[in-house]
Ligand binder design. Structure first.
Ligand SMILES: NC(=O)c1ccc[n+]([C@@H]2O[C@H](COP(=O)([O-])OP(=O)(O)OC[C@H]3O[C@@H](n4cnc5c(N)ncnc54)[C@H](OP(=O)(O)O)[C@@H]3O)[C@@H](O)[C@H]2O)c1
Length: 247
């Protein structure tokens, strides 16, 4: 029970990697507020852990929605200790054909969403004497892939936002780290692996030779929130099965 009694807000906690992180946090004793626009199957978790998990309909790109999320977490569970900025969107397309709307959704969700949630978490975490913020970037934050300009740029920015946040928030006892997943057998990674040509290209670059499992990402998210990582700050931790740089 490495997160016993801690309150966590996990954005995008309804499916994919966020959902796996919610389950791992619940198993470690955390009180969890899942934030996403739609509830999906979060109902089963609420039945299994009625006093430990809640869902708040949230749009991370909307300032008021994010403020309401943090206020609810504090009211429901008495404070805020951990924020996992996991909600993400990807609208791929070569730059010449990428619409401004797709660019804005990607940057708005992945970068502005992280900024808004981080900003709103500072006060309640400070009131607790500190906290943990875990951002989620991607292996393409530092590797170029055709069609991924908006997504890669947003995730590279999240990694730099992580370092700046760590510097600014250290005096408040808040650590800020980033988890950078590779290709995971869930959500966006699963969709990529289902494209045979794309998967042939990427499989050869994975030292593990396989997709990651969502639980492997969730285990790292637990580590970054638990006492054992108390001296880790401003770090980008790659969880990608040894993904080689594109050559
Ligand atoms: N899966 C991978 O292989 C992989 C690899 C590298 C990095 N990542 C990163 O890991 C994170 C999770 O990825 P995933 O594959 O699990 O994604 P996913 O299955 O597409 O789930 C995305 C989650 O984010 C929520 N979300 C999207 N837009 C939102 C918004 N505006 N406000 C609030 N919530 C929003 C979605 O719920 P609603 O749509 O209901 O809002 C959903 O819960 C993302 O940041 C992604 O970039 C994933």
């Amino acid at each position: 029970m490495r997160l016993s009694g801690k309150t966590a807000v996990i954005t995008g906690g309804t499916r994919g990697l966020g959902r796996a992180t919610v389950e791992a946090y619940l198993a470690e004793g955390a009180l969890v507020v899942c934030a996403a626009r739609r509830p999906y199957e979060i109902g089963e978790l609420q039945e299994k852990y009625p006093d430990q998990v809640d869902f708040v309909a949230t749009d991370v790109t909307d300032e008021d929605s994010v403020a309401a999320l943090m206020a609810y977490a504090v009211e429901r569970f008495g404070g805020l200790d951990i924020l996992v900025n996991n909600a993400g969107a990807s609208r791929d397309g070569r730059i010449g054909r990428l619409s401004l709307a797709d660019w804005n959704v990607t940057i708005g969700t992945n970068l502005t969403g992280v900024f808004l949630c981080t900003r709103a978490a500072i006060e309640p975490m400070t009131a607790r004497g500190g906290g943990r913020i875990i951002n989620v970037s991607s292996c393409v934050a530092s590797r170029a892939a055709t069609g991924a300009s908006a997504y890669s740029a947003s995730k590279a920015a999240v990694e730099m936002f992580t370092r700046t946040s760590a510097v600014e928030l250290a005096p408040k006892g808040i650590t800020v780290n980033c988890l950078s997943p590779g290709y995971i057998d869930e959500g966006m990674g699963k969709a990529l692996a289902e494209n045979e040509r794309a998967w042939e290209t990427y499989r050869g670059r994975l030292l593990s030779g396989r997709l990651g499992r969502p639980e492997e990402v969730a285990a790292t998210a637990v580590f970054l929130a638990a006492d054992e990582s108390s001296y880790v700050n401003g770090h980008v931790m790659e969880v990608n099965g040894g993904l080689l740089w594109a050559a």
